[in-house]
Write a protein that binds this ligand. Structure first.
Ligand SMILES: Cc1cc2nc3c(=O)[nH]c(=O)nc-3n(C[C@H](O)[C@H](O)[C@H](O)COP(=O)(O)O)c2cc1C
Length: 343
């Protein structure tokens, strides 16, 4: 076991549970308000949250975003979240599997036995492709996880603010393209909380990426996580200026949807309730990811994680009912859902 990576994984969970690591920036959802519909021409139980993503049926357009795994302790969290995902019919990603590649041992990322039907994503930092990880390694990762797709995360700012971070990002675009070529499953690229711009999204789609996860600013701030976790005063002081950095999720989502009308888009970063989910879908997302609140609840227990997600699902259902919208497709396509300046 690589003690460095194992310690870091536990630190991430501890810091996210114990410290305030929220971005100083807003994700932007408060700038959008639905027109309340006092006369919805439908019954609440007609509202369907069902959708499909990468050919798999989901009971709600929700993803437990990639967060953890790789140690016995963090594997427990993944397994709790996976059990919940299976029960609720939502998607899930395991956290960065770099440690599994390094150890050639994927045992602490296994969830398929308890979540046989979920849409499941493997995960790796794209920068690792510049540090010896090959497309073949990526294929092994997907197969040994039983994943339906691979998520590569882009985190240049996090690596820059981390002691000993992997900061050689030159040439990553071509290497991502090589992974897309080599894999028989779709490749998604995400950020970790500072967002993907329209220009970057276009480059990634051109490289063969099947979906973009915005992972924008407004939720968990990784400069704040690194500031609390770090021990180098210079990097900690540098990190403090970045608490409000990044592309707000709502803005980046709108920009990527406008630039790439046909793209498959996941919205994440600061999605905190079912109304945020409804807004993200109405602004062009196909799926919505939630990270920190789910792992915080999962650290308390499986029941707590399930309750947290059930609340989000119920809020989404009621928001759709009170907007007079009965399907996810309608929420994505019906014009005039927003009031006032956001209409
Ligand atoms: C404890 C924790 C660990 C994370 N680890 C990863 C990771 O290994 N890979 C990844 O792609 N993103 C990782 N993320 C980022 C999330 O997937 C997500 O993009 C980000 O936290 C924004 O979502 P949120 O505001 O809902 O937390 C992690 C987030 C948290 C809270």
């Amino acid at each position: 076991m690589d003690e460095g990576i194992a310690r870091r994984k536990q630190d991430h969970i501890d810091v996210v549970r114990e410290r305030d690591v929220r971005s100083a920036m807003s994700a932007g959802w408060e700038r959008y308000d639905f027109v309340h519909n006092a006369l919805p021409e439908l019954d609440l139980d007609e509202v369907s949250l069902e959708t499909a993503f990468f050919g798999k049926q989901l009971t709600a357009p929700l993803l437990i975003s990639s967060m953890t795994g790789g140690t016995a302790e963090t594997a427990v969290l993944n397994r709790r979240m996976a059990a919940v995902a299976q029960r609720l019919g939502v998607a899930m990603g395991v956290g960065s599997q770099r440690i599994a590649i390094e150890q050639r041992d994927n045992r602490h990322f296994q969830v398929r036995d308890i979540a046989p039907d979920i849409l499941l994503f493997a995960n790796l930092g794209a920068v690792q492709l510049n540090y010896g990880v090959t497309p073949r390694d990526c294929r092994w990762l997907v197969e040994s996880t039983g994943a339906d797709a691979l998520i590569l995360h882009l985190n240049p700012l996090q690596e820059a603010l981390q002691e000993g971070g992997d900061t050689r990002f030159r040439g990553i675009e071509g290497r991502v393209a090589a992974v897309c070529d080599a894999l028989s499953v779709p490749v998604v690229v995400k950020e970790v909380g500072w967002g993907i711009s329209a220009q970057v999204a276009k480059r990634l789609l051109g490289a063969g990426v099947a979906a973009i996860d915005i992972a924008g600013a407004g939720g968990t701030s990784w400069s704040e996580v690194e500031r609390h976790r770090g021990t180098d005063p210079l990097l900690q002081a540098a990190a403090s200026a970045f608490a409000g950095w990044g592309l707000p999720t709502a803005d980046a989502l709108l920009a990527v949807r406008a630039a790439c009308p046909e793209a498959c888009i996941i919205a994440s970063g600061g999605i905190r309730d079912g109304i945020d989910v409804a807004k993200a879908i109405a602004l062009g997302a196909n799926l919505c990811g939630i990270a920190a609140p789910v792992v915080q609840a999962a650290a308390d227990g499986e029941e707590q994680a399930e309750f947290a997600l059930r609340v989000v699902i119920e809020q989404l259902r009621v928001a759709m009912f009170a907007t007079g919208v009965s399907t996810i497709d309608e929420l994505q396509t019906r014009p005039g859902l927003f009031q006032g300046r956001s209409a």
